[in-house]
Design a protein around this ligand. Sequence first.
Ligand code: DGJ
Length: 586
Amino acid sequence: MKLRSLFWCTLICALALVASQCQNGSVSTTSASQIPHLQKQGTATQLIVDGKPFLALAAELSNNGATSVEYMKPAWPKIVEAKINTVLAGVSWSQIEPQEGKFDFSVPDGIIRDARSHNLRLVLLWFGTWKNGQSSYPPGWVKRDSERFPRVQIVGGTWPVFGGGAGQPRVPFTGSIELLSPLGEATRDADAHAFAALMRHIKEVDGHQHTVIMIQVENEVGMQGDTRDRSPAANQAYAGPVPKELMDYLQQHKDTLIPELRKVWEAAGFKTAGTWEEVFGKGRPTEEIFMAWYFSRYVGRVIEAGKAEYPIPMYTNCPQSGFGTAPAPVRGGQSGGAMPDAMDIWRAGAPRLDLLGVDVYGFDFVVMCARFTQSGNPLFIPETVFGLEAAARVLYAFGRHDAIGFSTMNGGIDRRPAPDNDLIASYDLITQLEPLIVQHQGKGTMSAVLLEPKDPPQKIQLGNYTLQVAFMRPRAARRGDPPPEPPTLAGAMFISTGPDEYFVAGFGVSVGFSPNTPGPPLAGLDTVEAGTFVNGRWVPGRRLAGDDTSQGDCLELRWPSGGVVSANRARLPGESIQRFTLYRYQ
Ligand code: DGJ
């Protein structure tokens, strides 16, 4: 009898466990004990932390902010106050391995400990061999030995020989530069060894708490001053055959290659073997493809060494969109970086690389998001601006592109003199909406717009209606006053939560609507509520109609309070989100 009841008890407990893991009809396959990882949901990729999808509302520190635990102590409370949940913090190779084979992780340990005590997550940036197209973070024992650790050489290029930075002109230069060569195998192995030691240590100190959720491997890899490395080893490789593993990858993925790369290969006749110029033709793209292969192969080996120790998501970041198109002041673009045009090369060279992150400063944000989300690349923004522009971009990144994270930088959050009220407002919106956002990611039921004053209204088909979204110029505070200058950017995100129901969050836009399914041809506003989400539950505030909906013609999303040019219609507390339902009529 006892055995029988034991059997039934065990069976009932097991069934209860399975039932508890079933969500929306599917058994959740992740548990809190699993390490941070990426997981598909429809067309989206989600970052899973402690068993749940996580949206990184982040800020990057100044390059060396995290090289001192003491320096960071006053910064943590400011970061928490800014509604940030994740900090991007650099780890310096020279700091953790001052002597070859001798590691000191005391500073990263302190940063992880203090981030954790402030309930913050970390993305650690491995400042190893390369940073911004140079090599300022390798330890002295690497920098001093250019025999064992060879440098890139340029010919007839330009280089700030008397020290870079503002006002120091680049001068015509031929010779070795402050950039370790990606053909340097000893350098690669030394970097990989140090990175593996770091990842092994992170697993030891954080493998069960998951403060560290992702790693950026190197920083803005690429080269400046010339289009390719012209050292003897590089010249020999450039005159040699394109490696078979790259040719195999290109042939296997021929029909899905990024168009810009495919065009270069097609123009040279889609050859499947030959030297770099035989396969890709003469000129700049070929030299960039060559550099992208060697940079990606090198970074790929570093990633493999790190993943062998602790396989949390790893990405690398890039500031440019295509061959030879980096924003100023990088003249003529950084060659060989992890840019969309070279995405296939980077995927071939670094197969364990989880995604290409994009730093958006000198480019159009809408264009950069579109280019970096090609071919299923998840969107992660390690760096961008602050203020109203960032506030609008946040909504667009998560609403339109299912971003896994968004981080502002602009010199570093630790150096910001005052809170960024606009960005805080947007991070607060995303925090409120997070349960809804992660539920709708990848399902085609969420979208967003980013509008400048000059932009025409934008139409987005979402659910059973087409929404027409227009930039809403701020009105004068008092009748007769001149209207204030319009801010530079407005943004809003929309979630279709039912046949006639939507949630919208954002600022500076008006929203019209029309049906896009068979039936009565006109649509009108049934109910409009302004409110907030509290712990995932909708809490309606005022009921809106009349003046607040342009007498029923459209929704109006006002400018956030504080920080923006036109605070004349500051958003009242508890009105950051609107829920609206539509009806149709003849
Ligand atoms: C982009 C780099 O990735 C950052 O580390 C920093 O150097 C900024 N540029 C400039 O502040």
